[in-house]
Design a protein around this ligand. Structure first.
Ligand code: ZN
Ligand code: ZN
Length: 134
């Protein structure tokens, strides 16, 4: 039987698959303008050590540098939003929650950049909210 704390996921077309062999950290939901435009709504991610992310089909992942600080990984075939990482050589990677197989066992930790959220929804009072980063 698979390790119960191993979480698997994939992009929509299946070219990119991954596994994270640890419990998922509390989810960060980012409502910033960049995440809104890229995802079509907002971006929910869990942070992991890059070493804990076993990626297959990495050659299908394309990276878009969205700012001086960060770049966003997506499937070059189907466009699924997959990853976010800092460009400073950090060993951490944010993994988009949408790609994970269920159940994830994860819970929402906080909402960030709520000051930039779309005007067509309210942020759920399910976790602390921060106007900007935190
Ligand atoms: Zn894909
Ligand atoms: Zn954002």
């Amino acid at each position: 039987m698979a390790n119960p704390s191993t979480h698997t996921g994939s992009c929509l077309c299946g070219a990119v698959t991954y596994a994270v062999a640890v419990e998922l950290e509390p989810i960060v939901i980012c409502h910033c303008t960049m995440c809104r435009r890229q995802t079509g709504h907002f971006l929910a991610t869990t942070n992991a050590a890059a070493a804990d992310l076993a990626l297959s089909g990495a050659e299908h992942v394309r990276w878009y540098q969205s700012s001086e600080q960060a770049e966003r990984g997506f499937c070059g075939t189907c466009g699924s939003v997959l990853f976010w990482r800092r460009r400073n050589g950090s060993d951490r990677v944010a993994i988009a929650m949408g790609g994970f197989d269920l159940p994830t066992g994860a819970t929402i930790g906080r909402h960030i950049f709520v000051a930039e959220k779309g005007d067509y929804y309210e942020v759920e009072a399910d976790a602390p909210q921060f106007e900007g980063d935190d």
